[in-house]
Design a binder for this molecule. Structure first.
Ligand code: HEM
Ligand code: HEM
Length: 415
């Protein structure tokens, strides 16, 4: 029999390091499951509730990432170690099931936090991991579909983890209470166990293959379900008809100077938890009357009508449209109208913005180039959300920036 130090596994029992790693990860995992559930189900209808939910997620993610690295250490250690022999090798099915569950748990130890981490890294503006190493991951694009697919995988792998854990704990209890054998004792620090007769190890390959198949099926299922629901299934935005981001000019009293908008985008960017979150309104219309020949004073007029419900804002669209923020249900439209003037370095539309029931003066600087009857314009302006009562109770700029950058570009045809 080879000599083993007490911190290494033997054929009869787990070593001190395996035991320590087992119980630290067990404690961490068992704490993380209710924490994830509570954070996930916490309301976010008010700004205070959102801040609280974000805080729960910060703890969940930070602990989860720590557990991921611990899992890697644990798996590395396990691979370097002898696996204690089964106590009842003649009970072939039971031994197989115990081993299958062990492999499923090892898989879950790595895949549950990793899928959560990718879900997080692929989205912007989520509650951050409390560490200085950034929130993204190499090779993981910030993309809603990627984020939601890994979110689904996180949820499904948690279910597999919980199922395996129930079987695992039931097995441990059965061995302690019914079989009254050394199964639990050999994993518990300080307990002595009866040495086993040297017995051949059962073949692990079948259990490993079965585990791999279960994990592949779980991954395939979560991606398939996610695709069936479409990438936006999780975003409970108010039902709006989103249209292609092409604004069509409506000209009720068709004047000669009305420009025909061919295409354009209207974007929005805000900092949430220190990260820029960008989005766009898909549905808006601009009416532009403009005479480039005017050399002084008002050159024209612009009116832009925006369907607030057509906003998509990263993974936080539904929060943004909620009562505390844009309140799309009560204020479905916003309107900017103003007169156009030439200024030293371009143009300005000076007028008012009517948003969420508040009308405030706004000057929108923009650049314009006209070539062969086609005008290309772009501009941006920074608003203070507090002026419009958006997210009023989010008073911490570190959580939600006060400044909102609104940008547009459009191509319009001269009448
Ligand atoms: C109250 C909770 C738990 C109890 C009572 C328990 C009990 C045990 C026992 C008695 C063993 C040794 C089995 C044997 O010798 O055949 C074991 C092994 C194992 N446990 Fe747990 N466990 C618990 C929680 C967890 C959790 C939360 C995880 C991981 C997510 C986990 C993962 C494992 C793994 C992977 C092994 C196999 C170790 C190896 O052979 O490499 N356990 N557990
Ligand atoms: C040991 C690790 C982990 C466990 C046991 C765990 C467990 C859970 C559980 C039980 C939920 C609730 C699922 C539901 O109610 O459907 C959840 C949700 C979530 N977890 Fe984890 N988690 C772990 C690690 C992580 C990590 C490392 C991150 C990110 C860095 C993360 C991010 C999330 C997110 C964002 C959600 C919400 C899912 C959604 O958007 O629907 N988790 N987690």
């Amino acid at each position: 029999m080879p000599q083993h130090r007490s911190w290494q596994n033997t054929n009869d029992r787990y070593g001190a390091l395996s035991k320590a790693l087992h119980w630290i990860t067990a404690l961490g995992i068992i704490a993380m499951i209710p924490l994830g559930k509570i954070a996930n189900e916490a309301a976010y209808d008010t700004a205070e509730a959102l801040a609280q939910k974000a805080w729960l997620f910060q703890i969940h993610k930070t602990l989860g990432v720590a557990l991921f690295f611990l899992a890697l250490i644990r798996i590395g250690w396990m691979l370097s170690q002898h696996k204690p022999a089964p106590l009842h090798p003649e009970r072939r099915l039971e031994t197989f099931l115990a081993e299958l569950v062990h492999w499923l748990l090892y898989g879950a130890l790595a895949l549950v936090p990793l899928s959560g981490w990718i879900h997080h890294a692929a989205s912007a503006g989520f509650a951050p991991i409390l560490w200085p190493f950034g929130q993204g991951l190499p090779f993981v694009p910030v993309d809603l579909t990627v984020s939601e697919a890994f979110g689904a995988l996180h949820g499904l792998s948690v279910k597999l983890l919980v199922g395996s854990l129930v079987l695992h704990i039931a097995g441990a209890v059965k061995h302690a209470v019914i079989d009254k054998d050394d199964t639990l004792a050999r994993m518990v620090p300080g307990k002595t166990v009866t040495p086993l007769a040297e017995a051949p190890h059962p073949d692990s390959r079948l259990a490993l293959v079965a585990t791999a198949l279960i994990w592949v099926a779980a991954g395939g299922l979560s991606f398939a379900l996610e695709n069936r629901h479409g990438p936006d299934a999780g975003a409970a935005a108010p039902a709006v008809e989103t249209v292609e981001p092409v604004a069509v000019t409506v000209a009720p009293d068709a004047q000669a100077e009305l420009w025909q908008v061919q295409e354009g985008t209207l974007t929005l960017s805000i900092r949430q938890f220190g990260q820029a979150v960008g989005g766009a309104f898909a549905d808006w219309q601009a009416q532009i009357a403009f005479d480039p020949e005017v050399s002084e004073g008002v050159m024209g007029h612009v009116a832009v009508d925006i369907a607030i419900g057509s906003l998509t804002l990263g993974t936080v669209t539904d929060q943004a449209l909620g009562a505390d923020y844009f309140d799309a249900a009560n204020h479905p439209g916003a309107r900017f109208s103003g007169d156009i003037f030439a200024v030293a370095d371009g143009f300005e539309a000076r007028g008012t913005l009517d948003l969420r029931g508040v009308t405030l003066p706004l000057t929108l600087p923009f650049a314009l180039e006209i070539s062969e009857g086609v005008g290309t314009a772009s501009g941006k302006v920074v608003l203070d959300r507090r002026g419009f009562g958006i997210g009023d109770s989010m008073t911490d700029e570190g959580q939600l920036g006060f400044e909102v950058e609104v940008g547009f570009d459009l191509i319009a045809r001269q009448p």
